[in-house]
Design a protein around this ligand. Structure first.
Ligand SMILES: [Mg+2]
Length: 180
């Protein structure tokens, strides 16, 4: 299948997984539910040819447990996890690691979006890094109030299903831009 131009970086907690449902064994999340519609949208994006990278703060074992539970392990071309990188978002190291894992270069930044629920980590990190940010405001566990200008999302959606439409629109803009 032909790959889409748009590349999707995504957070997990309260972006794909409902953090309120997490069951832990010590620090590690053993299982948790997806936000309604989140599994479907990830599978649909993957099946449609989008390249998807996980860019998540937490423990590697937690993400393996949750993605295996929901049969989502195959949708991610890269798993960038703060436990392995050594820093949490908004550190640029997280985004640099995702770029490196996908062999993306500086000139590719215009075709990457970062989806997340945390303005201080996901939005700030993406905006500072020079990629577009998508706030998923499904959960009310955190404030969405920006503290700095660079915390303001480029786009805002309220539920996972809206992510597919947004990706299709942004991808069409990118692919249209390539035509002579
Ligand atoms: Mg999150």
């Amino acid at each position: 299948m032909e790959k889409k131009r748009l590349v999707v970086f995504t957070d997990i907690g309260d972006t794909i997984i409902d953090e309120g449902t997490e069951v832990r064994n010590g620090e590690v999340v053993v299982h948790a539910s997806c936000i309604p519609g989140a599994r479907d949208v990830m599978r649909k994006l993957f099946a449609s040819g989008y390249t998807i990278a996980m860019v998540a703060d937490g423990l590697t074992q937690s993400f393996h447990n949750m993605m295996e539970q929901h049969q989502l392990t195959d949708v991610f071309s890269a798993w960038i996890i703060s436990e392995e990188v050594g820093e949490d978002k908004p550190s640029p190291k997280m985004f640099e690691a995702a770029m490196r894992a996908l062999s993306l270069k500086e000139e590719d930044k215009g075709r990457i979006i970062m989806v997340g629920n945390n303005v201080l980590r996901d939005m700030r990190g993406a905006n500072r890094f020079g990629i577009r940010s998508v706030l998923m405001d499904w959960s009310d566990r955190r404030s969405f109030e920006p503290q700095l200008p660079e915390d303001v999302p480029t786009y805002r959606i309220h539920e996972p299903a809206a992510l597919f439409e947004l990706c299709e629109r942004l991808n069409a803009e990118l692919e249209g831009g390539d035509e002579p």
